[in-house]
Design a protein around this ligand. Structure first.
Ligand SMILES: NC(=O)c1ccc[n+]([C@@H]2O[C@H](COP(=O)([O-])OP(=O)(O)OC[C@H]3O[C@@H](n4cnc5c(N)ncnc54)[C@H](OP(=O)(O)O)[C@@H]3O)[C@@H](O)[C@H]2O)c1
Length: 258
């Protein structure tokens, strides 16, 4: 029996990742989807209703054991597309943050993503074929007052993604960095940012639109995509404005109780 191509989507239980998984399903991929909570099972049920093969994996991708669990589920099957999207935010003043939460953010956004991309990427290199999408953020261009660690992790991912893409430029493997701006998902509630201007903003981007932008960029092998015109302008401004000004602007979006 001929298998359909396989896509791995992390953080696929909700938000942008769930929408990315829907794009993969509509495009004919079999799916292995992963997230930390049991909700990944209901996401798999919803996706299966569209007629695709879906294997859910419940694993904390901020830990080596969680990454190993996902790698074990993939087994020997070639991965055609890896959409490394799982991530979480963390608001409030850095000195007031709980260090376990800080470590969890760095664990899933940075360490877990890097570990997964390396292990799956080596298999792609052996076959000289594959698409990688990494969900970074325009936050990576902005010193993130009142979300300082999170923005640092996204600066890492944005940079890492372009660097890896360059290392692989003479191969048939492409790396795409999806850089959304504020998007309507569970992200802000989970990051304890309900009581911030950006958390309360009713005009956030639509997760399905953001995912479609990222998915199409991945399929065409683009190195990066900033989703949305206003976000493109923000990134352009970040290239010329001093970091102190950018940090002050971020405070206005992310300071609790403002
Ligand atoms: N929303 C925005 O404004 C925005 C802007 C720029 C970039 N992003 C990025 O977009 C990505 C998706 O976020 P979202 O906005 O769609 O938020 P979301 O709805 O909260 O989705 C986050 C996803 O990541 C999973 N996840 C979080 N920690 C995990 C862990 N330790 N192990 C495995 N899975 C984990 C979540 O699953 P569980 O619930 O099971 O943990 C969920 O499926 C993130 O990388 C985020 O940084 C978001």
């Amino acid at each position: 029996m001929a298998f359909r191509p396989l896509a791995i989507v992390t953080g696929a239980s909700t938000g942008i990742g769930f929408e990315l998984a829907k794009c993969c399903a509509a495009d004919g991929y079999d799916l292995i989807i992963a997230a930390d909570e049991a909700e990944i099972e209901s996401a798999a049920e919803t996706l299966r209703a569209t007629g695709v093969w879906v294997q859910p994996v419940q694993a904390d991708l901020g830990t080596p054991d969680g990454v190993d669990k996902l790698i074990a589920e993939i087994g020997d099957r070639p991965v055609d597309a890896l959409l490394a999207n799982a991530g979480r935010g963390l608001g409030h003043a850095f000195l007031d943050q709980d260090f376990d939460e800080i470590a969890a953010v760095i664990g899933v956004n940075v360490t877990g993503t890097v570990a997964l991309v390396q292990q799956v990427g080596r298999g792609m290199r052996d076959r000289n074929k594959g698409r990688i999408l990494i969900t970074g953020s325009i936050a990576g261009y902005l010193p993130g007052s009142f979300q300082a660690v999170y923005n640092g992790t996204k600066a890492f991912l944005d940079s890492f993604s372009y660097a890896l893409g360059n290392e692989l430029k003479d191969t048939e493997i492409t790396v795409t960095c999806l850089m959304p701006g504020a998007t309507e998902t569970e992200f802000f509630d989970r990051a304890h940012m309900e009581d911030t201007p950006v958390g309360k903003d009713d005009n956030k981007a639509d997760a399905a639109k953001v995912a479609k932008d990222g998915y199409e960029a991945m399929k065409s092998g683009k190195p990066g995509i900033v989703s949305g015109l206003a976000n493109k302008l923000t990134v352009a401004a970040a290239g010329v404005l001093p970091e102190t000004v950018l940090a002050e602007r971020h405070r206005k979006m992310a300071e609790p109780g403002r």
